[in-house]
Design a protein around this ligand. Structure first.
Ligand code: UGA
Length: 414
């Protein structure tokens, strides 16, 4: 089938490459001509395992092309995916400006019946009441679908091709049959529902996983005080099929571009509907306080005013250079506020960190430089290369269950 994808960010590009790898003819539309040039030259603008190889393959066999020409790409397509960003506004609600612009671009170029699919994460009713409304103004016939993504950074290609399920929120049977054709060569189960339910499934999914983590962190903090190993407790409850062990690893808290933003957005939507959203507000609160636990623990060991504190790991998780909402940001801000000197190292995220912290902190070339030039070290990201480090007598606060080799280490929840 001929597919057009608006937005070549992380979701759009992954979707485009994966659909092309299944035999569809895909046009990836972006307003950024530099990015379009990179993609067409087989250079992936983002790093994802397996992406560079698959991109080269689908460009070589002619199944994928990037373009700034939205009109032709939309005109030639049977299905148009909207994959633009939905950033947070200051109050936590989502900014739909890019969604509206994309919908307008599609509406202006609708030349025949097409299915328009929202893949961006949008709060319930956006597909029908924002995108659908803009499309209707064109007076043309179209199908509407909400098809959320469940991609994890670092395993996006695998998650797209082999995820647990495909959710299709459709308004009518004709749209459903077009979408079933799009996913014909995928082996996952297809779950069909309404657009607003599909939108809620995406928020419920991320909010539930975030809740598991905050739950593990809250209980972990208590377990530590009671001399109980929280990881053993989670192993114990994880054996209950109804709970399962995943996303119950306590530590410095969750970060990234999705969990914090999505939980805040659904809380904001709930409050707008006069729902108090007690549980999910607490999930956010627990998560905001969790990174600060590491600073509290550190203060038991040393006077941090003027002390040199090493930070191992800045990215919000291993396998990415992404610093968005990373616990490391909260920790470093707090250390600086308390007048500590900070030296940091991350295998991938140094350039981003330099843009955020500039000269307020110093940067090491490797882990050993951090260890050798600090009074105490905090492990904030679970990079494999931090596993076998020898910290000697150095004080280490372990935020990611790395079990560091040190005579004087303490875990955040253990
Ligand atoms: C998350 C979801 O896992 C994806 O399903 C979803 O599609 C995506 O958001 C999105 O909405 O686009 P991602 O943000 O890439 O994916 O990261 P995760 O691997 O889920 O990790 C999120 C955070 O939780 C990380 O900071 C990680 O360190 C933390 N985490 C995870 C824990 O603290 N404990 C755990 O047990 C698991």
């Amino acid at each position: 089938m001929n597919l057009a994808i608006i937005g070549t960010g992380y979701v759009g590009l992954t979707s485009g490459i994966c659909f092309a790898s299944k035999g569809h003819i895909v046009k990836c539309i972006d307003i950024d001509s530099k990015k379009v040039g990179l993609i067409n030259s087989k250079i992936s603008p983002i790093y994802e395992e397996g992406m560079a190889e698959l991109l080269a393959k689908v460009i070589d066999n002619g199944n994928l092309k990037a373009t700034i020409d939205a009109k032709s790409a939309i005109n030639e397509s049977e299905v148009v995916f909207i994959c633009v960003g939905t950033p947070s506004l200051k109050d936590g609600s989502i900014n739909l400006d890019y969604i509206k612009q994309a919908a307008k671009t599609v509406a202006d170029n609708l030349n025949s019946y097409k299915v328009i699919v929202v893949k961006s994460t949008v709060v319930p009713k956006t597909t029908e009441e924002v995108v659908g409304k803009i499309l209707k103004e064109s007076g043309k016939e179209f199908g509407l679908c909400m098809n959320p993504e469940f991609l994890k950074e670092g395993s996006a290609i695998k998650d797209f091709l082999e995820g647990d399920r495909i959710v299709l929120g459709v308004g009518d049977k004709k749209t459903e049959s077009v979408m079933r054709k799009v996913y014909e060569r995928f082996s996952q189960k297809i779950f069909v529902t309404t657009p607003r339910t599909a939108e809620m499934i995406k928020y419920a999914n991320n909010s539930f996983l975030a809740t598991k983590i905050s739950f593990a962190n809250e209980l972990g903090n208590l377990c530590k005080k009671l001399g109980i190993d929280t990881y053993t407790v989670m192993d114990g409850i994880g054996m209950d099929d109804r709970i399962n062990r995943k996303f119950l690893n306590s530590g410095a808290g969750f970060g990234g571009s999705c969990f914090p933003k999505d939980v805040k957005a659904i809380v904001s939507k709930g409050l707008a509907e006069a729902e108090p959203m007690i549980l999910l507000r607490a999930v956010i609160k627990v998560n905001e306080l969790q990174p600060l636990k590491m600073v509290e623990l550190l203060k038991k060991h040393i006077n941090i005013v003027g002390g040199k504190i090493g930070i191992l790991g800045l990215a919000f998780k291993k396998g990415t250079d992404d610093l968005r909402e990373a616990p490391s940001l909260i920790i470093i801000d707090e250390l600086l506020r308390q007048k500590a000197k900070v030296i940091a190292y991350d295998p991938e995220a140094m350039n981003h960190a330099k843009k955020i912290f500039g000269e307020r902190i110093s940067y090491a070339k490797n882990s050993n430089e951090v260890i050798n030039s600090s009074d105490a070290v905090l492990i904030v990201t679970e990079w494999d290369e931090f596993k076998n480090l020898d910290f000697g007598k150095k004080i280490v606060i372990d935020g990611r269950r790395m079990n560091p080799k040190s005579d004087s280490s303490e875990g955040i929840c253990w």
